[in-house]
Design a protein around this ligand. Sequence first.
Ligand code: NAX
Length: 328
Amino acid sequence: MSKPPVHVTVTGAAGQIGYSLLFRIASGQLLGPEQPVVLRLLEIEPAMGTLEGVVMELEDCAFPLLAAIEPTSEMKTAFDGTNWALLVGSIPRKAGMERNDLLTINGGIFGPQGEAIAVHAASDVRVLVVGNPCNTNCLIARAHAPEVPDDRWFAMTRLDQNRAASQLATKAGVPVADVARVAIWGNHSSTQYPDFENATVSGRAATEVIADRDWLEGDFIATVQQRGAKIIEARGASSAASAANAVVDSVASVVNATAEGDCASLAVVSHGEYGTPEGLVFGFPVRSDGTSWEIIEGLEHSGFAQERIRLTTEELESERAAVAHLLG
Ligand code: NAX
């Protein structure tokens, strides 16, 4: 007998990331080849026509695991009984828009979505915020859903982890599968700190395998921090397939056990780990046993790393201050 379906909500489902993500979820790549899913797809009214086309394409794939599709512009329907809420939809930054304006506009989306999750979602709901600025959007959503425990909230830094691992592998001349424990600290923004000091390459410290410290401190970090902008420059559109892939990896890293010696990068609610301010949604290295997860403690940071982490912490604190009026 097949398992009961898991309900997965995707907001912004008619957008670019949605177009890559939905097919991977429906094909079983998100939750495994034996897990049926119901897709609950939220869009704003003007995008419902486009969403209808995406739904037709999903139907035309005849995915055996896709138990039902619910396209809607109503939050109540979108989050009804949902087990995983993937909050992708948001308003992109437009020319002339200040960062604080962007924070406030998106706060107007994520506050009500948090409230709707608290009221309508399943009691085991887990939330992954992708829409930018994702750490602070997650902070806002969570502030509107105090009933949902802290360990259910995530913002996405996995794309940064994957980008960093790929850069380290290329530099070391090894397959990316040989790179492990790449932690992304702080904000999913250009202040993030991709931690090469705690990463490993073929089981050895990355700093031993890649002796070029100038590259690690310079080009490596800059490449990871600026990768999103480079993709926009080259493609004329922001990362979508790689972002959808990172959503799949993020969820998998929570519901499956973390391999020995590795970590998953996720932004989660800080309880003061590594001296970070409590309550911020902060990028940390995380380990899961498949049921529960924890922040990996005890990693060492050099003075260089501490300074980088201080900068990204400051940015997250200033974002929190900018949306203080949206935190209830
Ligand atoms: P698109 O602009 O292609 O799609 C966004 C979709 O969201 C649109 O279809 C829009 O109608 C919908 N939307 C807007 N307001 C909504 C609301 N209130 N409820 C439901 N849907 C709503 O953007 P896309 O390229 O898919 O990117 C989505 C978000 O992901 C952006 O905020 C983007 O910045 C962010 N990203 C985050 C990444 C991360 O690593 N955390 C990486 C990729 C991406 O840049």
